[in-house]
Every structure is written in structure tokens, then in C-alpha cells.
Design a protein around this ligand. Sequence first.
Ligand SMILES: [Zn+2]
Length: 470
Amino acid sequence: MLSTKHGKLIFFIIFLFILFLLPTPRLKLLDGVTGLPVEGYKIKIPPVAYILEPFVGTSQYFWRSTNFRFQTLSWLAWIVIFYLLFNLKRRVNLLKELRGLFKVIISFTLICLFITLAPLPKYSLQPESSEEILVDLHSHTTYSHEGIATPEENIRWHLAHGFDVWAITDHPRTLEGARRAKEIAKEKYPQAVIITGQEVKCYTGKQGENFLLLGIDEVVDERKYGREIAKVTHLVHEKYKGAVIVPHWWRKKFHTLEKLANSGVDGFEIYTARVLGPEESIREAIKNVCQKNNLIMIGSSNWHGWGSASHIWTSVHIENWSNLNNKEREEAIVTALRNRKTNLFKVILYDRIEPQNRLRYLFEPFVGMFYYFSSLNSPQLLSWIIWSIIFYFLLYLIRIRPIFLNLAVIGIALLLFSKGVIFLNLWVRYLEYNETLFVLGNILLFSGALLLIMAILPLVHKKLQVTSNK
Ligand SMILES: [Zn+2]
């Protein structure tokens, strides 16, 4: 009796159990260079992250993906295919069909917005030794044209992930984000050590290679140097006693790795969250050049405020750390970079080995779900079961009282609206630097308005019908 009535729910829970029992590797702390498990660190998962696992896990899955644009498109395509398969048989009313499809696409977009903007609990890393220092040498604030996190949000995000030191590397030509963050840190977060940096692009024509200039104290106008990278690295090394790192080289591959290594750069990113990851062969090529030329390899967040979770840390061994003041700590990291103390650096990932190739992306929902669900631990599985029951009964409630759906949509619309207002308000403060806050704020206002109309119009329509029938 029960099994027929709640068949879908029970089927889903059994499906979760079967995947859970499969011997798929769980997420582990891995050495980013060797790919092997790493000792001496602990991942700390806050209890609230277990409670919210379906939300946290979805966001983690999304941001760990190496080609999230393609993977998201794959999800959308499969959802549309399944929707059409299940509905076309039953109905032939094209208008109704299109309306249904429109609602499916809107729901999908809302999930994407949630993953991109919701502040979710974070996993933090904890080294066992007090001389292993966690650093992130590449991050942004609202002073970058597409950054949506304020300097203070940047600080809180890094502290929540367990970072001791991080660089703010806004682009194109400003150090304001780092300066502002340092002021705030001095007042409210004395443990935060922030390195002043700048991300520049050395151009010829429209093409250019990105560089992270770390430990500088003046804006560097890279336009003066064109494509003469050696002049930029020389300036940063000699004048500022700083260091130069090449971020996400695989995105443009503008210069050869050898040319960059010979131009005086101190190292390369081999992992960057939020930038489509390099294919394994390209990562190998970067590692080879670094090993051959004794250059530093780092993994960084490149966090602009989009998405809440990170799974990449760089660990640096610095002796006597607890006796250094913040200024000395900042210098210790930059000096280790500039002096290319490669043996002090380690890239640490909280990840698992999964196939990453075009075939996977084509069938992403199946492959992704398989890896995600089969790697859950028992509290996470329990969380999924409880949330499936909650969602199941919410859907049931909506079916018997459709007004609840309208109310939920009105709630979401108001949330989008207020987020939109917040972003537009921020945009006014960062007018000179930022372009994205304006666009994002308007998109949120527009989607809020659209949802509001969609939720209220049917209610008004019904009310009119009722009064006209009287
Ligand atoms: Zn960047």
C-alpha cells in the first residue's frame, strides 16, 4: 500500500543506498602535484554543512567541475530531453508544453543562481604543524571589474577556508581592494595577513598573458612594457622585492611555457578554481617546466565572489611563524616565492580522481550523479534522505494546495529583488572600478519582477473569475 503511494520517494531512497554501497573513492586530501593522498592536514567540515548537504554538496560538485559551462549545458539539455520524453506522450497541446518547458528552464536558472550566489558553509583545512601556512595567492574584490565580493567579504571567505595569508590581486590597475582589506583587517581581523597584488595582462594587439604581481606597493602600469615580460618581472623583483606568478596559463597559452620560464617568472598556477581546468596533458607540461627550471607551483582560488566553496589550498613551510608579526609574515611568503624555495610549497586539493573528458561531459548528469552520490559518507546520506522526505511532502502539499507554490515563488521573487537592490547599491560605491555589479543587480531585479508576475497573475485571474461567476 505504502510502496505504491510513495513509490517515487522510496525508489529514490533505495537508489541513494545502492550508490552509497558502491566502492567509489571518497573525497580525500590529495597532493596537487603527485595526485597522491597527503598526510599532515585535516579537513574540517562544520556540522551545519552536514545538515545542509544537498545544498552544500550540489554547490561543491558544481565548483569542482573542470568545465562547468559545458557540464551545466549538458545538465540543461538532459533535463529538457527527459521533460519532453515524459510529457509529449501524454499531452499534445503545444502551448501547454512550451509553458511547462519554460517553467523547467526557470527552475534550473534559479538553482544556478543559488549555486552562484548563496553563502553556504565552507570546508576548511587545518595543518597539524604550526609551521605549515595556508596561502591563496590569487583573489579579487569589487575593485575588479567582474568581482562581486567586497574587501571584507574577501577576508571572511578566506578565514572560513582556513587560509592564513592571501593575496588580493585586482585588475587591471588598482591596489585599492588590497589596501581597503588591510585597513579592515587591522581593525577587525588582526589574524588576517594580506599580500598586496595586481593581476596584469601584457598585451600585443588584443591578446595577452596574465601575470600576478605579488608584494608590490605601487600600481604597475603594464601598458608601458607591451609584451616585454622580462622588464615587468625585473621591475617587480628589483624595485618592490616582489614575485611574479603566471595564473591559468592554459586559458590562452599566449606565450610558450619555456619563454615564460626564461622571462623571469617565479612560478605557475597548476590549479585555479573557477577557471576551466587544464587537460591533464597540459598540467603535466606546466609541471615539467616548473620542475626543470625550479619554479614554484601553486593552486589558487581566483575568487571573485562567485560561488561559495573552494577545495584548493597552497601550503608553505615557514619556520618560526608564530614569532613573526603580520608584516614579517607577508614578507616571508613573498620572499619564499621570489627565492623559489620550491621544496617549501605544496598544493593541496580536497578532491577525488574522476574521469574528466568530453565523453563524460556529454553524459554529465549520469556520470556526475554517480560520482557524487557514491562518494557520500553516512551523515551526508542521512541528510539527503531527510531532505528528500521534506521535499517530497512539500511537493505533496503544493499538489493539494497550489497556493503554496505561488507563495513560495513570491518569497523567491522578493529574495531576488532584495539581492538585486544590494548589488546595485554596491555598484554605486564601486562605480569607477566595477561593471558586473550593475548588470547582475539588474538581472536579479528583472528576474524578481518576472517571478512576481508569474506568481500573482494566476491568483488575480482566479479571483476575477470567482467574482464574475457571482
Ligand atoms: Zn584573477
